[in-house]
Every structure is written in C-alpha cells, then in structure tokens.
Ligand binder design. Structure first.
Ligand code: GMT
Length: 378
C-alpha cells in the first residue's frame, strides 16, 4: 500500500511513533511518504520504500501568522497525485487532521479518493484540542476522518468525554522495537556518568509544564539523601531553566546532569537504574515504555494512560499526581536493595513485551485495509 504519513518531526512522542511506524511499515513492503516541515528526527535512513517530502511555508510579510495548514494541504494534494498515495495517516489532530480533510476534498473534486486515518496522541485532545479556540475544528476533523485511533483506552475515554464524537475510536497502543532496546551495547560507558556505587536515575521529556519537572528534582533530592545517586535530565523545553535553578537551590548541582536533546536515548537508558515520569497528564507515556524495554523500572503518576503501561508494584510504581513523598519512598524502595532492583528491572522488560511492534503494527495495517475497502465501496 502507498501510505502518506503526516506528523510533527520533532523529539515529541507522536513524531517518534509516526516515524517508527512508517519505518516498520516500509520493512513490511509498504511505500511510505512522510510529509512534514522537516525530516523527522528518527528518520535517518531513506530508502526505496521511504520518502520524505518537505512542506515549505513561504514567508510573506502580509501574514502575521504563516498558513502552515494551507501549505500542508496543498502539499498533500500534490504528493497524492504524484505518487499515487492511497491513504493518509495523520498523527496529532491539530492541524494535521484538518489539513488532510481539506486535501481530501480538493482531491475528490478531481475524482481522486483518499481515506484519512487520524491517530490521537494526547495533548491534541487533553490540553490543546479541547481549548474553546480549537474545539469546533478538532471535533469536525475527528468526525470527518475515515478512521480514528487513540494510543490508550484512557485517551479514548477522554476524547469521548471532551468532544462530541460520532465515530468509533480504535485503541492502538504505542509500540516499541524491542530489538533496538536490548543487548545493543557491550559497554554503554556507565562509568563516564557515575561511580560504581551510585545508582543512575533518568528523566526524559520535552520539559513542558505538564511533565512536572520540579517534582522530578524533588523526588531525586529525596532519593540521593538515602541512596548515592546521579540524575540524568534529558531533553529541552521551557521548564529547563527553572529546573537548573531548583537544582542549584537544593545544592545538588554535582549530582544532576542536564544532557539536552539526545540521539543517544538507547545508550542513556542502557546505564539507567530508574526512570521518573511524574507527569500531570500523559495519554500513554512512550518515554516510560522505552525505559522499560531497556530494563529500567518506572516511578510515574497514575494519570491518563500511564497505568496501562506501568503496572503498579510490578514494572515500577504509580502514585497520585504531585505525591512527591510516595514517589520518593517507592523509588528508594527499588534502589536501595539490589535484589529488589534486579526483580523490577526484569519485570519492566517483561511488561514492555506486550508492546512489541510486531504485535501492534499489524493492528494499523488491519485498520488501513478495512478503511480503504469501506471507503472505496461507499
Ligand atoms: O508529551 C508530550 O508533550 C509530547 C506529546 C506528543 O504529542 O508528542 O506526547 C503525547 O503523545 C505521546 C505518543 O503517543 C504519548 O506517549 C504521550 O503520553 C503524550 N503526551 C501527553 O499526553 C502529555
């Protein structure tokens, strides 16, 4: 099948899922066309089956805001016609589902029929999409998609709660390439980050408010009082500066390393002992799944889709949002006893097996087939 994938090309989870999905689909014989404003960060290899088409938005001084949706929908029309794309899979409702619908209508006018599959990732629903400014357009584009998927049961529930949705939503969980996360390193150079007796605690995110970055620091501060440890802070975002200030205030600068955005997530997870994700909301928590696949237990909140990923008392622990004391106590419980730590590491790996891409990607293929067949006969 020839599939056009629209996504954000950045380090965010939705872009990562879209890219990994496209790459796996290409290995399964599909022809994949990524259509977005920059080459997606995890899209290193282009091949016969993987193409990237950049959306340009020409700067024009008359426009206070440059019209990305317009440029994207025009590009979609051109690429569908040029490459015979049979289906568009858009990740993140805003503005991708909206732009895809416009492209679909333009193509229909020329007698070309292309169905749209929209995958909801979380913030497009729970944070941004439900804002009154966007809600009518988001509701419209979800209802006009030919198939809608969400990355967790929790997100499906939230979507139906927040919007007047007239479509069935398929739950297709995020997935992981287990091979990539396992045994890739003979030596991940742990010694460069911490000494042998120290535990390594890691947090990876885009450092937005929703990630509760101060809680990460406070939990780590409690941990290091009981267990010798280092904290790896991976990512960039608006909360980074405040985080650095808090670290300084607490006097733990020598124990916290800010690594910025990294293309070496696998290596960082390879030397990590514990992953912290105390988010205020999280539709899934792909970063937690990546950690678990590398055998790193997770201390997270129990919000949104997180309990579908991180099983309390097995792959880690889940607590109420902002319950720093409980999250700290659970982290210390795991880190202070080597046998407990090893058991949680093994459990984390076992839990991540449920999200093996070989089980999940066929779910998308089945949705594509069903949508295409239904669309073409209707
Ligand atoms: O978490 C973010 O801020 C990034 C955001 C995104 O759109 O990339 O992540 C969302 O989608 C990911 C992939 O499906 C999920 O794993 C994240 O949980 C979800 N983030 C939130 O719901 C806050």
């Amino acid at each position: 099948m020839k599939i056009g994938i629209v996504c954000y090309p950045t380090f965010g989870g939705s872009g990562v899922v879209a890219t990994e999905l496209g790459l796996e689909l290409s290995k399964r014989g599909h022809e994949i066309h990524f259509i977005t404003y920059k080459q997606p960060v995890r899209l290193e290899l282009l091949s016969n089956n993987v193409h990237f088409h950049e959306v340009h938005v020409p700067e024009y001084p008359l426009f206070h805001y440059q019209p990305y949706e317009l440029a994207l929908s025009s590009k979609l029309v051109d690429m569908v016609k040029l490459h015979g794309i049979q289906l568009l899979h858009v990740h993140y409702a805003i503005p991708h589902a909206y732009a895809a619908y416009m492209a679909q209508q333009m193509l229909k006018d020329e007698g070309i029929l292309v169905p749209i599959v929209t995958t909801l990732h979380g913030t497009d629903i729970t944070l941004v999409g439900s804002h009154p400014f966007y809600k009518p357009a988001v509701t419209f584009s979800i209802n006009k998609s030919d198939a809608v998927t969400s990355v967790s049961e929790s997100l499906k529930y939230d979507t139906n709660r927040l919007f007047n949705i007239k479509k069935d939503i398929y739950v297709v969980p995020n997935f992981i390439d287990l091979e990539k996360h396992r045994n890739n390193f003979t030596d991940c150079q742990r010694g460069m980050m911490a000494s042998d007796h120290e535990r390594i605690v890691t947090h990876i995110s885009n450092f937005r408010k929703v990630k509760q970055i101060p809680d990460v620091i406070k939990i780590f501060n409690n941990i290091q009082k009981e267990v010798p440890a280092k904290l790896m802070m991976v990512g960039e975002g608006p909360e980074r500066e405040a985080a650095e200030n808090l670290v300084e205030e607490l006097g733990i600068e020598d124990k916290v390393i800010f690594l910025g955005n990294s293309n070496e997530i696998d290596r960082i997870l390879c030397f990590s002992d514990l992953f912290l994700l105390p988010s205020q909301t999280e539709s899934f928590g792909l970063a937690a799944l990546e950690a678990m696949a590398s055998g790193v237990p997770v201390i997270s909140t129990n919000t949104g889709g997180l309990p579908e990923v991180n099983i309390d008392g097995f792959s880690g622990y889940t607590s109420d949002v902002s319950d720093v004391e409980e999250m700290s106590a659970n982290a210390i419980k795991i880190l202070s006893d080597l046998n407990v730590l090893e058991a949680f590491k093994a459990n984390a790996k076992e839990q991540s097996n449920k999200f093996d891409l070989h089980n999940i990607v066929p779910m998308y293929e089945a949705i594509y087939e069903k949508t295409l067949n239904k669309f073409l006969v209707s």
